[in-house]
Write a protein that binds this ligand. Sequence first.
Ligand code: HEM
Length: 149
Amino acid sequence: MHFKTYECLEYHILRLNNYQNLSFTCCNTNQKILYSQLILLELNKITNILYYTFLQSNLNLRQPESIPSTAPQIREFTLDELSKFNGSGGTPAYAAINGVVYDVSLSPAWGGGSHFGLLAGKDLTHEFAGCHKSMDILNSLPRVGILEP
Ligand code: HEM
């Protein structure tokens, strides 16, 4: 197997593991549904890499039916990209919790991108865990994507 393909495969397997761990540890139903969709997406990618790898080795394999996934196209943010959504200059205010990016622009508790001294545009997983007992208060917030693992 070509090294690049191996790297790519390893990258998606690591993400798959990451989403499985997050899914096991989180107790919020909405979050679990999102993680199961992300798991399906990674499985699709892994299946396709394996199929095309072995196709190249001319093994006459039947094209895999892609695993049906209800996952909408999910936007991935790097921390740098997320930092641009801090609510200033008319930009939306986003905050990441447990790998999921939420739009807090319209939350009354997040006027203008700040909340009890915290600023939007960051991964606030640690701060959230320190201040809020339940993830349920996030259910009303639009989810706009995920943080790149
Ligand atoms: C320094 C840490 C934090 C403190 C002290 C804090 C404190 C509070 C307090 C006192 C409220 C109730 C406000 C009210 O009813 O007007 C609240 C609401 C809220 N907080 Fe935080 N918070 C913290 C971190 C976070 C983080 C990191 C998030 C991530 C998105 C968050 C999301 C929310 C949301 C969405 C609400 C509104 C809930 C609702 O609509 O009922 N908080 N927070």
